[in-house]
Design a protein around this ligand. Structure first.
Ligand SMILES: Nc1ncnc2c1ncn2[C@@H]1O[C@H](COP(=O)(O)OP(=O)(O)O)[C@@H](O)[C@H]1O
Ligand SMILES: [Mg+2]
Length: 246
């Protein structure tokens, strides 16, 4: 018998097969990805053929169903922020004697930012393209900060991108709940955005040779200096739109 849970009882994979039926409503199309909290599959609603993404939470990452409930409520609260995936519904399904939660959301076509960067020559992009990426991220995050909310887990595996002309069309996944929103959570998001920019440019190895305009944004990744310049994603967005080139 196939067992997905090792002795400590922690499920490592749900290993749903394509075509498997779920909650008498959906069928599994394919595995989309796996992370710290769970696995995400593409689903098809049997009656309509409509496709969704569904995040299946590992129970040990979702005690009392809190992670799933917070994520759903936050996605719902922020449903008018176009950079976030749209929440649809939740299902509780039995799995190996436990009840697990699956959070059904919009399926996003595109590529993870991490995979996009790995495909680039030298696994990095140039300053001008990286500025476009940062601008798209900051403009999207601005709406979230404006509502006094935060993302909480901004990194290149939680960003799905599609390139459109000179710019990036982005969706953010996988917010993390650190508790009621505080200014520090918003500051962490700002620092994470700048970290994404820095990494996209090739990180520490290429930092010394970056143009002054790039260094003025990255501030050597020093949190206190970054936060003196940009306290919210909106301030970063507006800086990018008005900065002077030497
Ligand atoms: N709505 C979605 N559309 C397409 N792919 C997705 C979607 N949500 C998640 N994925 C894929 O699944 C992976 C894990 O999802 P994520 O929500 O980040 O879970 P975790 O909290 O476990 O990191 C993502 O990195 C991405 O590759
Ligand atoms: Mg993730």
């Amino acid at each position: 018998m196939r067992r997905s849970s090792p002795r400590n009882g922690h499920i490592k994979t749900f290993a749903f097969a394509p075509g498997a039926q779920l909650a008498e409503k959906y069928e599994i199309v394919s595995l989309l990805g796996r992370g710290w909290e769970g696995e995400v599959y593409k689903l098809r609603e049997s009656r309509t053929g409509i496709e969704h993404a569904a995040k299946f939470f590992f129970p040990h990452r979702n005690p009392q169903d809190r992670a799933a409930r917070f994520y759903a409520k936050k996605l719902h609260k922020l449903r008018h922020c176009p950079i976030l995936i749209q929440y649809h519904t939740q299902e509780r399904i039995p799995f190996e004697g436990q009840a697990i939660t699956c959070l059904v959301s919009e399926y996003v076509e595109g590529e993870l930012l991490s995979q996009f960067l790995e495909r680039q020559p030298g696994e990095r992009i140039g300053a001008f393209q990286a500025l476009h990426l940062l601008h798209a991220l900051a403009a999207g995050m601005e709406r979230i900060h404006h509502l006094h909310e935060y993302h909480g887990d901004l990194h290149s595996k939680n960003v799905i991108i599609r390139r459109v002309g000179i710019s990036f069309d982005l969706k953010l996944l996988d917010m993390f709940h650190w508790g009621a929103p505080k200014p520090e959570n918003i500051h962490d998001d700002v620092c994470d955005l700048i970290r994404l920019f820095y990494d996209a440019l090739g990180g520490q190895k290429h930092y010394a040779r970056q143009p002054a305009e790039v260094k003025a944004i990255c501030c050597g990744l020093k949190r206190s200096i970054i936060l003196k310049k940009f306290r919210t994603a909106g301030q970063l967005r507006s800086y990018l739109e008005t900065m002077r080139w030497e």
